[in-house]
Design a protein around this ligand. Structure first.
Ligand SMILES: NC(=O)c1ccc[n+]([C@@H]2O[C@H](COP(=O)([O-])OP(=O)(O)OC[C@H]3O[C@@H](n4cnc5c(N)ncnc54)[C@H](O)[C@@H]3O)[C@@H](O)[C@H]2O)c1
Length: 319
């Protein structure tokens, strides 16, 4: 039997979208990739440019620039369209602008007959993922936000660097809002099954201040990068490719995504960053970490900040 062809539709071929397309092609993860953008010239130019790399790619990917009709046959739609953060702007400042843009985008996707999974990266990602879920009418497990996948990657990279251990052997999560109220789950951070406190015990050269600073560098990484080069895109692009692979290859991988909570972590009616098992059907299950009291309080605060920001915006938009 012929293997089914996977199609990914990418909406938004700006810095994040085009970096994602480039990384996806280089890893040979999908057979078809359609690029859609308000700026048709940019999408068409990207399709041409990426196609010219095909002789060097690990496998054949059919890439073209298209329109929303092409989403009808897609397994996965990835949305990276919308305004990005300007220097000094928080992710939450983008909420009203991007929610309005998203209403039009999601209506056009659904009008194509699309019945797959939507992955959102545009900021503020937790709120926009909630908006996509509402606008699309898709089941909650098939609407996923990139959440804190990038923050978790930054955390693992910096911890690996600090302890001089391969980052892939560092297991630690950033959860909560992808933004200023996110938090590190120190109580479950480990290196190869050894807790960080155990790892640092009776060893010189490590201290709590350094660990605190590592988290601050994670939380503020986007600001630091935007100050220097105007935008961040390679890290998130690779995170989106990782998620695409977990979905299309039915991996059941644990990744920190923005998922809908219905009582998990004691929270309701919110999309927020938590570890979850991801597969071909979307979010199979949320992994509920046993947080300590301080972590619980911080997570609750993160939920409250998101809800407070969402309320006035969604009041003015028909969901
Ligand atoms: N989730 C994360 O971890 C993460 C990380 C980095 C950036 N981001 C976010 O990703 C988003 C994109 O960032 P960027 O740097 O690529 O921005 P960009 O300005 O380079 O690209 C945005 C693209 O969206 C397109 N667009 C705008 N409105 C559209 C519409 N209605 N329909 C179709 N296309 C439309 C634009 O033409 C442009 O090509 C931002 O919201 C940014 O904050 C998220």
């Amino acid at each position: 039997m012929l293997k089914r062809v996977n199609r990914v539709a990418l909406i938004g071929t700006g810095s994040v979208g085009s970096s994602y397309a480039f990384a996806l092609l280089n890893q040979g993860i999908t057979e078809e990739l359609v690029l859609i953008d308000l700026n048709k010239d940019k999408a068409e130019g990207d399709a041409m440019d990426l196609n010219h790399g095909l002789p060097f790619a690990p496998s054949r990917t059919k890439i073209w620039y298209g329109d929303y009709q092409d989403c009808g046959e897609a397994d996965l739609v990835v949305i990276t369209a919308g305004a990005n953060q300007k220097p000094g702007e928080t992710r939450l400042d983008l909420v009203e602008k991007n929610t309005k843009i998203f209403k039009g985008i999601v209506e056009a996707i659904m009008a194509s007959g699309f019945d797959g999974i939507i992955l959102v990266a545009t900021n503020p990602v937790d709120i926009l993922t909630y908006a996509v879920w509402k606008f699309s009418g898709l089941p909650k497990e098939r609407v996923i936000g990139s959440g804190t996948i990038l923050d978790t990657a930054r955390f693992r990279f910096l911890l690996g660097d600090y302890f001089d251990v391969d980052t892939r052997n560092v297991h630690a999560y950033i959860i909560g809002e992808h933004g200023d109220t996110e938090l590190p789950v120190w109580s479950h951070a480990d290196i190869a099954g050894t807790s960080i406190s155990e790892w640092t015990k009776n060893k010189d050269g490590y201290n709590q201040e350094d660990l605190n600073q590592i988290f601050l560098n994670v939380r503020d990484a986007a600001y630091h990068i935007i100050e220097r080069k105007g935008a961040t895109y390679y890290g998130i692009a690779m995170g989106l490719v990782r998620l695409t692979k977990a979905i299309l290859e039915n991996e059941n991988s644990v990744l920190t995504v923005s998922a809908y909570l219905e009582g998990d972590y004691g929270q309701h009616d919110i999309y927020i960053g938590v570890p979850a098992v991801v597969n071909r059907k979307g979010i199979r299950q949320i992994v509920e970490l046993d947080l300590n009291e301080e972590e619980k309080a911080k997570f609750t605060n993160s939920v409250q900040v998101l809800k407070k920001t969402m309320e006035p915006v969604f009041k003015n938009i028909e969901l």
